[in-house]
Design a protein around this ligand. Sequence first.
Ligand code: DGY
Length: 427
Amino acid sequence: MSAELDQRAREILRTNDKGGYTVPTDGLYPYQWNWDSVFVALGFATFDESRACREIETLFEVQWDSGFVPHIVFRQDDPGYFPGPSTWNAGGQVPTSGITQPPIAASVIYEMWCRTKTDSIRERLATLFPKVLAWHRWFHRCRISEDTGAVIITHPWESGRDNSPEWTRPTSRVDPTGVGPYQRRDLQHADASMRPLKRDYDRYIALLEYGRDTGWDHSKLATEGPFRMADVGMTMILLRATRDLIRLSKELGRVDIIAELDGYVRSLEQGADYLWDSKAQTYCSRDVISGEASGYVTNASFLYGYAGVGDHGQQAHMARHWDRIGARVQYMLPSQDPDDAGFDHMRYWCGPVWIMMNYILARGFLEIGQQAWAERLRADSHRLIADFGFHEAFSPQTGDGTGGRDFSWTAAMWLAWCGRNTAAPGT
Ligand code: DGY
């Protein structure tokens, strides 16, 4: 059974491989997506390390001079996707989107570095190092406010958690009346009950047009844009990635930049602290414009272990949320607390379980001594894939697949993590 699923996972990666980059799934997402590709590299690394490196190299080939790395790379035109390259109007020779996505790259590169025994692979990973460093510097220059230390997103899609209920109140202020008629393509590939609502989609396009009209001025978007959220997912992921970049710097003998990176860690730790909501007793995102915390417990709230933050009291509160949510669902960890407003077990980031989130969460839980939680995430992820298939995401209540099928990062996570019979990711 496991061997068959291993084979199926490899087939999915090969089919979605368009030559140096992998699409998340045919139809719904026909281009290269930033954090998808980086997770996918971990899957390739289990059977073809060179191809794994290539996945990350092609992503960084389109890095802008500022260090910014876009969330979509449009290498060929595909009329089946909206908003495509002409709507974004961004990038250089290869068109791209104008927003970014969670910076998971440093952590994955460091993981690949630790796993490989091959000098030529290590050389290629070392070549990526300055590029990743430039991306982290871009975050600190353009997206981290000195007073809070948290990462500001300027479009819900930057978070990767596109339609999380965390964005509902802040996007309600965005005026979509200037948006002309457009045709959604995602609904041709997936059922409307699994995708963002029209109300939200109109605002995604309004924000895209606002960014495009600034000429993708990233600093301006973060200081004047109509949607500015201090995102708990981005902040935790960048913090972890910076710790991994420090580990990598030491491996590469780049001690000259450790003080700079230590400064980034301190600032992001302060950012994580700012995102603790003492009313809801959870980590969550905060609206920079209104100052209001979402108050929601999401799967990103639990990234505190992965990021290495949280005092004893904060961890105890999160443990209570874990126990409460664990008793409410069949499969952990839902992207939205079933007891919070906006929960919808099949709708994209309003409730479904995401396997690559489970993977990074499990890594963090092992590091903070929550072995049982890590093992539950691995076992639940294993069951979801074995019983329902390689879907984009899954209902935490029924296990049914939601979104796209034959999904690259789900296949990659099977190969790199939950298809194995060990609680320890990366061993
Ligand atoms: C989409 O088109 O829904 C994507 O998630 C944007 O990144």
